[in-house]
Design a protein around this ligand. Sequence first.
Ligand SMILES: *[C@@H]1O[C@H](CO)[C@@H](O)[C@H](O)[C@H]1NC(C)=O
Ligand SMILES: CC(=O)N[C@H]1CO[C@H](CO)[C@@H](O)[C@@H]1O
Length: 400
Amino acid sequence: MAKKYFPMGFSVVCITLIQFIASMSFTTSQSVTNEITTKALFIFGDSTVDSGNNNFIDTVPENKADYKPYGLNGFFHQPTGRFSDGRVIVDFIAEYTKLPLIPPFLQPNADYSNGVNFASGGAGVLSETNHGLVIDLSTQLSHFEEVRNLLSEKLGEKKAKEMISEAVYFISIGSNDYMGGYLGNPKMQESYNPEQYIGMVIGNLTQAIQILYEKGARKFGFLSLSPLGCLPALRALNPGTNKDGCFEAASALALAHNNALSNVLRSLDQVNEGFMYTNSNFYDWLQDRIDNPTNYGFKDGVNACCGSGPYGGIFTCGGTKKVTEFSLCDNAGDHVWWDAFHPTEKIHQQFAMALWNGPCSSVGPYNLEKLFNNEINLTIADVVDAPENQQDDFSTEFFS
Ligand SMILES: *[C@@H]1O[C@H](CO)[C@@H](O)[C@H](O)[C@H]1NC(C)=O
Ligand SMILES: CC(=O)N[C@H]1CO[C@H](CO)[C@@H](O)[C@@H]1O
């Protein structure tokens, strides 16, 4: 249904293509690696990337993960506020970048010199989403502004500017706008049809990206939305709405959002000099693991490891919410889903690796490794980004 609102497939400019063209036009430097002085990772978003900010805010247990069995696998000695059995995607990205773990903004005495994590479980792009219970995206941006000022004080204007422009800005947000914010909110549905609502989410997200760009950010990474209707919680809410048991309206919203986002990124790339990004098709990537878990080292792509009710989709993991009974599987690593809404560490790890050094058919225009290591010549990238060099639709090649 939503597909027709945004008929564009996911499309990327392939890094190999860039290198190929580069080697033709600039024979001496198809891939210029500049010395990096400061590396940093700034993170914005929701529970997919929160590393503990919500431990420090007043909210409901649904928006917290600082109790057992979160963190069960023992990588951290105790629950940290990550919505996983262990690490989340940004922890792996930090590891691959050879950075220490990136601290939550609200953690007392956090060291901000390698970046900061501003994300908050339950947050949406729109301030209405879980209003008052989360750190919304615009507040996350104002926290970034605070950090930017601190860095200027500490490092001096010039060095801080350099760090800001060399850093990677990883953004993972939107699911809560479509689940609780829209499908769970009859008032919103009365006021806006899906197309209008998606336009509002994308409009605000675009503004946020533009604000970061104007503050000096250049390198962006995005985690697009998953097939939301196949989350155990949505399967449980809406049993049997289609033949594979997923809640189709939710997945359609996610798909339309992703298509709109990839269009926006392409145009931001055209308009903003030096703008570079990593995006990927998380939707199909995860759907493939849900449908074919054994191909990727999982045994179960449908049921949550921790929870209760059908598919483990009643959000009871930890027993801190209304219902205190819940069950826990023997081995979280066998499951795609950790709890009713969140994937296991193993999914986070596999996807971090895909974004890090995935081939051009699956991650684009640049993978994160190239963004971090400056294996890009801005001039060449801008040349290749010109419309006549763009390929149209790689969607069929994605992770196939
Ligand atoms: C941002 O979201 C608000 C609702 O929170 C909406 O009224 C506004 O139009 C949106 N802005 C853009 C640029 O889409
Ligand atoms: C060979 C070449 O075109 N090198 C360019 C790489 O990018 C810088 C700017 O980022 C240009 O100054 C170089 O000329």
